[in-house]
Design a protein. Sequence first.
Length: 411
Amino acid sequence: MIEISPVIMEWLSMIARWLHVTAAMAWIGSSFYFMQTDLKLKHGDHLPQGVQGEAWQVHGGNFWNMVKYTVAPKRMPDVFTWYIWESRITWLSGFALLILVYYMQADLFLIDKSVLDLTPLQAGLFSLVSLLVIWFIYDGLCRSPLGKHDVALAIIVYIFLVILSYAFTQVLSGRAAVNQIGAIVGTFMVANAFTVIHPNQRKTVNALLEGKPADPNLVKKARQRSIHNNYLTLPVILLMISNHYPLIYATQFNWLIIAIVLALGPVIRHFFNSRHAGKGSPWWTWVVTAAGMVAIGYLSSLGPRVLKTSAVTSKAPTAFAQVEEIIVSRCSMCHARETLWPSLAMAGKGILLDDAVQIRRHASLISATAVRSNAMPPGNITEMTAQERQVLADWLATTASKPDRDTPVTN
């Protein structure tokens, strides 16, 4: 594996993430805007022939009249504005992040040996190949006779993604499994634009410029993929930022949490799409969303796969010295003033756990990442045992707020 300075890795990751978020904002913003405008179109007898509808808008102190033609105007304009690079840059920068964070730091973030003992090469190839193969399966479903039935297609794709979510949690680390599903859904969206939506638009434009009738099937297929993208956007956003929330990805029912997220995103989009189309406000969607979030909260509270910590197993207070020994031996290689892990330029997120004061200060983080979830150590690289996690659980439950008399708690 190529060795790169930790400082350079940090900056490359920051640049790629910044570009990824910026491009995604531009892509999602334009996508949501056009979907909303399309749904708000009003029909009228005053509109010229070939116009499907119009929408008046106010923005920036100006009035805008948006007109949609059924196929194209009688006179084709000389210049079009194409929305192409936003989606492609989003995917390319996201793939760069996948390489920098997961493939080049596989031992930390891609692999969890307690799940499956893989080498970095095996895990990386599994991630990459599955990313490509699964797109072709999804694309095949859309192009098959099933693609003519939108609701049935959506249900089959959803079930397929849920099965994949469970499968990935049996192969990769929890963090990588959730990210992999997000990357797969994001690939669906970008590939939809790259292989169907944009090519079909260009074929339509070229036919019209040549004076030939446009194929309505091209428009229909492009619209179907565009609707897929619209409903997949909200789930993919949460999945891609899930690495900030260990109770989502590092608990025993992480695959079921993913399934709920994949369902809630379309439900929320349905509310806004219905309002934009003037079909009313289906408030039931927020009841479903609230119930789904409660379910996620409950599932995330059940603890990591290898250990349930809902109950305290020892009545006797755990000696803080025992807790400190565990934290220093299992966590301080990354969370110290001078880290021992070669790919880290500084302590992860600037959190220090190399003395008693810092351990007490970050008790709630230790609870969330090493007791209620197994997010830390990442990939369990230092092989923290279930018994050690239980010691931490007992300490947090009984003595975390009661400092030892001989241990200072302030600097």
